[in-house]
Every structure is written in structure tokens, then in C-alpha cells.
Design a protein around this ligand. Structure first.
Ligand code: ZN
Length: 140
């Protein structure tokens, strides 16, 4: 595994375990605690807001990415993300992993300590660890 892969898997793992950032590192993706309930043709991520706060990203941004990748409608309700349709947990994890790789991890130093900055029509990722400014893939 490359360093980048390792770092984002670690971050996802940390996020999904809902642990404070400092206690992490080296954990594996087993036994992750993304709380997913599928019922009545809807999929609910119950701890969605908490996940976003650990990733330090706007829930609306994470939701937009997830829903677009799933090609499904959905909305945020309280702490949960409600998605229309039934989706396996692993698929949600795969998409969140992609989100972290594209929008959270600094491509220069692989730190997860980044913020997204909008400039005109472009979005950049600014790393608070190394100061790098990188362009990110636009999200329709
Ligand atoms: Zn960096």
C-alpha cells in the first residue's frame, strides 16, 4: 500500500470509529462503526454529522458527494443522512474513502489537517500542516 492509501484508510478508520484525532494511528479498517440502518427502502447513516465533524467537512458537502456517487436522492435529518434506496454498508465506506482521498487528505504531505477554500469558481484544499494549496476535483 502506498503512503497515501495508508493515510486515508487510517483517517477513515479513525473517523468511522468516532475517536478523537489524537488517539488514532495504525488502526485497521476492521470493525468500523459507521451506523447504517436499511429499512423501508431507505438507508440511514445515523452518525453522519459526527463523521463529518471528525473529517472537518460540511455535512452538506459530504452528503452531496455520497448522493451523487450513489445516484440517489437523500437529505440530512438531525444527525443522520437519509438516502432513498437500499445500499450496502461497504459501498458507503468505499465512497467515503474516495471522498477522504479527494477532499480531505493533503496530496503533498498526506496530513488530514486540511480546509477547503473557494476562490472564484475553483475549490482548493489548503493544508494546515505543510501549507500546500492544491486544487481539488470539482463536484457538480
Ligand atoms: Zn500538507
Amino acid at each position: 500500500m502506498s503512503t497515501v492509501d495508508k493515510r486515508y484508510l487510517e483517517l477513515l478508520d479513525r473517523a468511522l470509529r468516532m475517536l478523537p484525532p489524537r488517539t488514532s494511528s495504525g488502526r485497521r479498517l476492521e470493525g468500523i462503526q459507521l451506523k447504517v440502518i436499511v429499512a423501508g427502502k431507505r438507508t440511514m447513516i445515523q452518525n453522519f454529522k459526527e463523521l463529518c465533524s471528525i473529517l472537518n467537512r460540511e455535512p452538506s458537502h459530504v452528503a452531496r458527494f455520497l448522493l451523487r456517487e450513489l445516484a440517489a436522492p437523500g437529505h440530512i435529518e438531525g444527525d443522520s443522512l437519509i438516502i432513498q434506496g437500499e445500499f450496502p454498508r461497504q459501498r458507503l465506506i468505499d465512497i467515503l474513502t474516495r471522498y477522504i482521498k479527494n477532499y480531505v487528505i493533503c496530496p503533498v504531505c498526506q496530513a488530514p489537517d486540511t480546509i477547503l477554500v473557494k476562490e472564484k469558481r475553483m475549490v482548493f484544499m489548503v493544508c494546515t500542516a505543510c501549507g500546500a494549496k492544491s486544487s481539488v476535483k470539482p463536484m457538480a
